[in-house]
Design a protein around this ligand. Structure first.
Ligand SMILES: Cc1cc2nc3c(=O)[nH]c(=O)nc-3n(C[C@H](O)[C@H](O)[C@H](O)COP(=O)(O)OP(=O)(O)OC[C@H]3O[C@@H](n4cnc5c(N)ncnc54)[C@H](O)[C@@H]3O)c2cc1C
Length: 469
């Protein structure tokens, strides 16, 4: 009898899972395994933030429960262990007499270290890893250029791939999976609150749109495309700030792999043939291309995405490590309502719109002149949809050390607030203390006569003075 382990990583789904499909095709038994690695779940970033903040912890545990349910429904179960994969997997492989380890290959530093160490440990017991890819629309092998020649400019990348490279069809969901024949302890999925959360990290889950798991992901896909047909207006609504419907909210599912990008693509194509094809239906695919682009950048440039000089390798702009100022940004108390509203949304839900992310990142780097790595690490900790390539790639871009072809991009926060929150609804929603403040104050707190609105008592004075707004 041939049996192998399928090690689930950031691919917590049964649909379009090439590693699982291939393992099922070549083995009599597969052992579905997930390992809760304390370096990820309990570790700290360089500047001391919890690596996986409470929103993501909750999302991940929900995703594991959902995966276990799907596996049970198919006839199997999920084995859950806590510890280091490079120690646990070889041990389990020996105990269960398996042949191979099937898993998705990761591309960023910490994940690569784990898989390399695991590979070495497996060689010593005569076993091997079989790697698969499931995170992207495009496979590296299908690109018309070697990844080392991938254009550093998004538009050039897009033009070289979208017309010439076909996106592969997603794999089907397996209907049945043979149960493991040995007596085995499947292991408990811990409650997210058991991960040493501090009191102030307690979350109110009612304010979040994000619930983990493949079943939720497929429900979200159905909701955005078929139930509401929001997809048909995506290009017009995608810069929205408030509510569920202005954008897809697929990001957390794509990031943890509870949703496959190829499945999204396939479903959009079906929608285009059955409902309508317009600029919006294309635009969601366009945004998924950004996601692929940042993964290719990480593959091409390796660790540079995590360094202050970024993928451009250019001398980093002069930025400071001013903790007092940075804390105001973190807490949403900079005195700039558009920035504070976005940061408070992040702190209360683990999510922020793309428009918000661009503005708070730009404000931190270009106006507060704070080290962009601090901002990126705070996002890493807090975002429910954190993905190393998308997060650091976008921060590189905003900080001017990444793939933005423009050298001088600058967000005038006052104009951005006027354009994207013209009635101030979003700002007043997240800053209830400003519910009676004049609209002009929300756009530009520098220009409102303090006599009209003495904001210092209920809302902080601006932490930086920006004359040109
Ligand atoms: C500073 C900064 C940090 C970011 N960090 C992350 C991150 O850690 N994880 C993450 O998934 N996205 C990140 N983004 C990209 C983007 O803000 C989110 O993907 C998006 O807001 C998620 O909401 P949505 O799923 O409703 O997006 P939609 O607008 O519905 O877009 C659909 C999908 O396209 C992809 N996408 C859209 N915009 C981008 C983009 N700029 N870069 C990469 N992929 C994109 C996402 O997978 C998204 O789910 C970041 C952007 C900035 C400016």
């Amino acid at each position: 009898m041939r049996r192998s382990i399928v090690w689930f990583r950031n691919d917590l789904r049964l649909h379009d899972n090439e590693a699982l499909t291939d393992a099922l095709g070549h083995n009599d038994e597969v052992i579905p395994l997930y390992i809760i690695d304390p370096r990820t779940y309990l570790g700290k970033t360089c500047y001391g933030f919890r690596k996986t903040g409470p929103y993501r912890l909750k999302f991940y545990m929900e995703s594991l429960h959902s995966l276990r349910q799907s596996l049970i429904a198919a006839g199997s179960n999920l084995v859950v262990r806590e510890g280091y994969p490079e120690e646990i997997i070889p041990q389990l492989a020996k105990e269960l007499g398996t042949s191979f380890i099937y898993c998705n290959r990761e591309r960023t530093h910490e994940e690569v270290l784990v898989q390399d160490n695991l590979e070495k440990a497996l060689w010593s017991i005569g076993q091997e890893i079989r790697y698969y890819r499931g995170k992207m629309l495009y496979h590296t092998a299908d690109l018309p250029f070697p990844v080392t020649h991938c254009p550093d400019n998004f538009t050039a990348f897009r033009k070289e791939v979208e017309k010439f490279v076909a996106i592969r069809k997603p794999f089907c969901t397996p209907e049945s999976i043979t149960a493991i024949s040995d007596e085995i302890d499947y292991g408990e999925i811990p409650d997210y609150t058991s991960f040493d959360l501090e009191k102030e990290e307690a979350i109110d889950s009612s304010s979040s749109f994000f619930h983990g798991g493949e079943a939720e992901a497929l429900r979200e896909l159905k909701y955005y495309l078929w139930d509401t047909q929001n997809l048909s207006q995506y290009k017009e609504t995608r810069n929205g700030l408030l509510g569920r419907d202005y954008s897809s909210k697929f990001s957390a599912h794509l990031s943890k792999g509870t949703l496959s990008p190829k499945r999204v693509y396939d479903e959009i194509k079906k929608y285009e043939s059955e409902v309508e094809q317009n600029k919006s239906t294309y635009w969601l695919i366009f945004e998924l291309l950004w996601r692929d682009f940042f993964r290719f950048m990480a593959k091409k440039h390796g660790n540079k995405i995590f360094l202050s000089s970024g993928t451009k390798d250019k001398e980093a702009p002069k930025l400071y490590q001013n903790k007092t100022l940075f804390d105001k940004w973190v807490q949403g108390r900079t005195g700039i309502p558009f920035i504070d509203a976005n940061m408070r949304e992040l702190n209360a839900t683990g999510f922020m719109s793309n428009r918000g992310r661009q503005n708070v990142a730009s404000f931190l780097v270009k106006d507060m002149k704070i080290d962009w790595l601090w901002g990126a690490e705070y996002f890493e900790s807090m975002l429910v949809d954190y993905d190393p390539c998308s997060n650091y790639g976008n921060w590189n871009y905003v900080a001017g050390v990444g793939s933005d072809p423009r050298e001088d991009r600058y967000f005038n926060i006052s104009l951005q607030a006027k354009k994207y929150d013209p009635e101030g609804k979003y700002m007043r929603h997240w800053l209830p203390e400003l519910k009676d403040a004049p609209l002009e104050f929300l756009f530009n707190p520098f220009k409102v006569d303090p006599g009209d609105y003495n904001h210092d008592q209920i809302y902080p004075n601006p932490c930086v003075d920006i004359k040109h707004w």
